[in-house]
Design a binder for this molecule. Structure first.
Ligand code: FES
Ligand SMILES: [Fe+2]
Length: 361
């Protein structure tokens, strides 16, 4: 699947965000992940479970069944499954053959995410989930450096997941796609410094002495200029963590270097089907960042961020429309600002190649 090799869709041996914690309860919920239907729910003790969402009998969606206690009954002909996926009863016969069971996916609840592992369960090591203390999300310790984090948005995007990853790996788009809110012209002209490891790609960019983005202008004095740090890390296979820090330009005679904002954004990109993607957005801010504290800041973010995310979703869906209408899909041209895109794609392709090699051995 474009932009990957033929036959390569998505990394399977990796943790993806399947849902926000608050989305999953005692109602059965279907969500397609890496091309497979998954049914999500909570057991009576509150722990979340993820099973294959298709009844093996006649492919009825298990999310259209009934959950009673920890047993899920298919809504078509009544085959009963445990929360571990085992087949417990078949109404018309005495025996419940093991082959009638459905797959249970490893699922881990951390912070306010539910992380799912779609690949080989033997490889599902929780240590591979990005370190929540290191990225400013921690359940137990007070959030790193006095930050408060909140889920902000979920969207089902009608486009393949890599278009969204590419979007987040190439932030030069802020200057154009988001010119009316968070963009600054200088972002696209400032080349990012790209570093990478086997499981991450980092894009670091410092924009100096630039006019503030439109969204910030009302709160700032006329003529004030900003320095802005944008430092994003893409963690294999689908989490982008971005640190954004703005301050009054160091060249300002009155308030040089004064902090304006300091936040971390989290974009989780989870492949759905070949042309749909789950897009989760969260944010962490400093309690002291805004008069009125974090609650006020989140309120403002919730009001303003929708327009920004809609622009990214628009771009993704429109590009999906272009490339699916053309056969074969067009090749894209790389420019200098694409270093992180190239690295990010290479990282995912290498992980997919490694899976293929494991499957063959
Ligand atoms: S389709 Fe589920 S029991 Fe028949
Ligand atoms: Fe964007």
């Amino acid at each position: 699947l474009y932009p990957f090799k033929d036959g390569a869709f998505a990394v399977r041996d990796g943790w993806y965000v399947a849902a926000w914690s608050h989305e999953v309860g005692r109602d059965l919920m279907e969500r397609w992940i890496v091309g497979e239907p998954v049914v999500l729910f909570r057991r009576q003790d509150g722990t979340a479970a993820a099973l294959s969402g298709r009844c093996p009998h006649r492919h009825y969606p298990l999310a259209a069944g009934v959950l009673k206690g920890d047993e899920l009954t298919c809504g078509y002909h009544g085959i009963v499954f445990g929360a571990d996926g085992r087949c417990l009863r078949v109404p018309s016969q005495d025996r419940a053959p093991a082959r009638y069971g459905v797959r249970a996916y490893p699922l881990v609840e951390r912070w306010k995410w539910l992380w799912i592992w779609m690949g080989d369960p033997a490889l599902a090591d929780e240590a591979l989930i990005p370190d929540h203390a290191a990225i400013g999300l921690d359940d137990t310790a007070p959030l790193g450096q006095g930050r408060v984090a909140e889920p902000i948005n979920y969207a089902l995007v009608k486009g393949r997941y890599q278009l969204l990853n590419d979007n987040l790996l190439d932030l030069s788009h802020l200057s154009y796609l988001h010119a009316g809110n968070i963009g600054m012209g200088e972002i696209a002209q400032t080349l990012d410094d790209v570093t990478f490891g086997e499981t991450w790609v980092r894009s670091h960019r410092l924009v100096k002495d630039a006019a503030p983005p439109k969204l910030r202008q009302p709160a700032l004095d006329d003529g004030v200029r900003l320095d802005r740090l944008i430092d994003f890390t893409f963690h294999l296979p689908g989490l982008h963590v971005g640190l954004e820090r703005s301050s009054i330009a160091i060249s300002d005679p009155d308030r040089p270097g004064e902090a304006i904002s300091d936040s971390i954004v989290y974009h989780a990109v989870t492949p759905g089907t070949a042309d749909t993607t789950h897009y989760f957005f969260a944010m962490a801010v400093h309690e002291t960042d805004t008069p009125g504290g974090a609650a006020r800041r989140f309120e403002a973010v919730r009001r303003s961020i929708g327009a920004v995310l809609d622009e990214d979703i628009f771009a993704t869906e429109q590009i999906e429309r272009m490339i699916t209408a053309l056969d074969p899909p067009p090749r894209d041209m790389m420019v200098r600002s694409d270093a992180a895109v190239v690295r990010g794609r290479a990282m995912l392709q290498a992980a997919m190649d490694a899976e293929t090699a494991r499957a063959a051995s």
